[in-house]
Design a protein around this ligand. Structure first.
Ligand SMILES: NC(=O)c1ccc[n+]([C@@H]2O[C@H](COP(=O)([O-])OP(=O)(O)OC[C@H]3O[C@@H](n4cnc5c(N)ncnc54)[C@H](O)[C@@H]3O)[C@@H](O)[C@H]2O)c1
Length: 389
């Protein structure tokens, strides 16, 4: 039956058009609505070019590409979503704007239809509370680019009907995605667990341990991460990355583990946003000299170890607080941000006791709460257990 379900997507921007492509590729008819009259048309043109490229590269036939695109129909109001069994919202990250859209969607769709939000940073529970039927509401957090990254965080609201998460996880699997079940807490899994990748890297820079190029070199060449933290922040945009950090920090009532940095704030203040502005941590302007890393292996290992141990601590703490299972935390970091290994599996590989020792040494050195060891990591190390046994 689910195959026949019509999917609605509201917001035809970066995420909405990607989600529409995923649903149409899985065989659904998709209704795409954007308040900007030109946006849905632009999205279709964009998707047409992507599908053309897939045909040229032999990844799909011309017929398949045309059929996929043909399944996506722009509609010019929320009324066009009335036959949808599931509507996924991917509009601006503003709670009052999202709530107004949910109200209009609810006025048109069937009683049993589901509404999902792609929010990255808002409380799914708070958004649900504005609905007439909050039990039909859930978070489906796709990653950018949605057609390429396999992870979808499935985030039930407190009010979601009990079977909704399992139903949506099954649907995501049908769409070829890897669902990870996350509790509705700030940053869900990925945007919480990944914070030290940026935060501890900037901290090392601020302390003068190494420059951006050397830290990036350590994380990629020695650690196997696809992009170094500074190159990645320049790609994401320092304004966006800073805003996510600040939002997670505020949502955690100013827990020092998530505290934003002065160095990144200065970049934002200067308009050094990264690639999009031509300058960020690096100079991206044409002809600029590339920064050369100091390829000192001992220094590089120290850098990698400190950032890795902070990531592992964050992953363990997410499990400790019931945000997600160990399996889902590891799957999320690989499927959502391409980490080379699951962090908890990595902890088992290097030894949990070594991770605890390293965190305790950092805490003793700096005297900061930022470096407190997760109770779960310490307990499992003391018991001589891992996270998966
Ligand atoms: N960009 C990312 O990397 C990313 C990743 C995961 C989740 N998200 C989340 O997905 C959502 C969308 O992000 P995006 O990057 O695609 O944004 P975007 O700016 O690219 O697109 C948003 C679209 O929504 C439309 N819109 C705005 N208000 C609307 C309304 N009231 N009704 C209908 N359409 C409306 C805009 O015209 C625009 O086309 C946000 O909640 C964001 O937090 C973004």
């Amino acid at each position: 039956m689910k195959d026949a379900m019509i999917i609605g997507v509201v917001g035809a921007g970066t995420m909405g058009r990607g989600i529409a492509q995923v649903a149409a590729t899985a065989g659904h008819s998709v209704k795409l609505f954007d308040q900007d009259a030109a946006a849905a048309g632009n999205a279709l043109q964009f998707l047409g070019n992507i599908l053309d490229r897939s045909v040229t590269k032999g990844r799909m036939s011309r017929e398949e590409a045309e059929a996929t695109l043909g399944r996506i129909e722009p509609v010019d109001s929320e009324g066009g979503l009335k036959d949808c069994g599931l509507v996924i919202e991917a509009i601006v990250e503003q709670p009052e704007v999202k709530s107004a859209v949910f109200e209009r969607i609810e006025a048109h769709i069937a009683q049993g239809a589901i509404i999902a939000t792609n929010t990255s940073s808002l409380s799914v529970t708070a958004l649900a509370s504005g609905l007439m039927r909050p039990e039909r509401f859930i978070g489906l957090h796709f990653f950018n680019p949605a057609p390429l990254l396999p992870l979808v965080e499935v985030v039930p609201a407190l009010q979601s009907r009990p079977d909704l998460a399992a139903e949506m996880s099954a649907l995501m699997r049908q769409w070829g995605k890897q669902p990870a079940l996350a509790m509705d807490t700030p940053g869900f899994i990925v945007n919480r667990v990944a914070r030290p990748y940026y935060g501890e890297a900037i901290r090392l820079l601020e302390e003068g341990v190494a420059d951006a190029a050397t830290i990036d070199w350590a994380m990629t060449t020695l650690g196997g991460f696809r992009m170094g933290p500074f190159a990645l922040m320049d790609l994401i945009g320092n304004d966006i990355n800073y805003a996510v950090t600040e939002s997670v920090w505020k949502s955690f009532h100013h827990d020092p583990r998530y505290r934003p940095s002065f160095a990144q704030k200065r970049n934002v203040d200067a308009g050094w946003l990264g690639r999009k502005s031509g300058k960020g941590w690096y100079d991206h302007q044409e002809g600029a000299d590339a920064q050369q890393p100091r390829q000192d292996k001992a220094l590089g290992q120290d850098i990698l170890w400190r950032i890795l141990v902070m990531l592992i601590n964050e992953a363990a703490d997410a499990v400790f607080w019931g945000v997600a299972s160990a399996d889902d935390v590891d799957r999320a970091m690989q499927g959502g941000v391409n980490y080379p290994k699951g962090l908890l599996a990595w902890a088992e590989e290097v030894g949990l006791d070594r991770c605890v020792e390293a965190l305790d040494a950092l805490k003793a050195k700096y005297g900061e709460e930022r470096y407190r060891c997760s109770p779960l990591l310490r307990a499992r190390a003391m018991e001589g257990r891992g996270f998966f046994s």
